[in-house]
Design a binder for this molecule. Structure first.
Ligand code: KIV
Length: 280
């Protein structure tokens, strides 16, 4: 069994040249694949609201939904760190509530850390979580839970004031003790500047190649989420068309009586069958 990665080992990647590889998983099967392929951090992202649950945004995702999927993902992970995304309004109201909710991901769902969105305004909450013994990953730049306040899903930090504010957010979250910070949808130059500026690994998504690690939504990179593809996603596979072809094959073979064939069926001993026939 591979040794579990630690928070300290992720922090030590900073400046080491060894990038942190992060992907999302919402169930044990996918988490097992990511873990066995050497992904360092498995993130149970609240993106599951859009990718799996059919919501239009991550805002409606609940604690119960996140806990359910975190428990499942935790059964598939041995080496990777398992990070739970805290859903909207589970941590913003007050730090004590954030601690109570975050603690559930560690106590009840086998997670190693939580991720929360927000910069300067969340620094006290990050401190409270860490005081309670809960490791925190930050998430700044485009924060999907509050995207409507940011003018929608668009690149952040483009003008001087906005870039300064992103830097201030990164510094505040790093100073509060986060062990890593996701930088979402930032100009590559600004992400590089933040990466030089803070002492913890930055994990980019739409933030250029200078970050200390990268994250994508696994369903996006596999081409399984067909609704839209952000510019920053590279599709390493196109699985949705293959899934469709497979489903069509099953549908047509069932309709034509070609599935199951003898190779997918079980036979009965001839004498048992003969007795059954005798008995009518
Ligand atoms: O919810 C999520 O999957 C995320 C990643 C895209 C960083 O927050």
């Amino acid at each position: 069994m591979d040794k579990k990665l630690t928070i300290a080992e992720i922090r030590e990647r900073k400046g080491s040249g060894q990038r942190v590889v992060v992907l999302t998983a919402y169930d044990a099967a996918m988490a097992r694949v990511l873990d066995s392929e050497g992904v360092d951090i498995v993130l149970v992202g609240d993106s599951l609201g859009m990718v799996l649950l059919g919501y239009d945004s991550t805002v409606p995702v609940t604690m119960d939904e996140m806990l359910h999927h975190c428990r499942a993902a935790s059964r598939g992970v041995q080496r990777a760190l398992l990070v739970a995304d805290m859903p909207f309004l589970s941590y913003q109201v007050e730090p004590a509530e954030a601690v109570r909710n975050a603690g559930r991901f560690l106590k009840e769902a086998g997670c190693d850390a939580v991720k929360i969105e927000g910069g300067v305004a969340m620094a006290d909450t990050v401190r409270a979580l860490i005081r309670a013994g809960i490791p925190v990953m930050g998430h700044i730049g485009l924060t999907p839970q509050t995207a409507s306040q940011l003018g929608g899903f668009r690149v952040q930090g483009k003008d001087l004031a906005a870039a300064r504010s992103v830097l201030a957010d990164a510094r505040a979250i790093a100073a509060a003790g986060a062990f890593a910070i996701v930088l979402e949808c930032l100009p590559a130059e600004l992400a590089a500047r933040v990466t030089r500026d803070v002492a913890v690994p930055t994990i980019g998504i739409g933030a250029g190649s200078a970050c200390d690690g990268q994250v994508l939504v696994t369903h996006d990179l596999l081409g399984l989420f067909e609704k839209f593809t952000p510019r920053f996603v590279k599709r390493y596979a196109e699985l949705a068309p293959q899934v469709r072809t497979a489903i069509q094959g099953f549908r047509d073979e069932v309709a034509a009586g070609r599935f199951p064939g003898p190779e997918h069926s079980f036979a009965m001993a001839a004498e048992v069958l003969a007795r059954l026939d005798e008995e009518g």
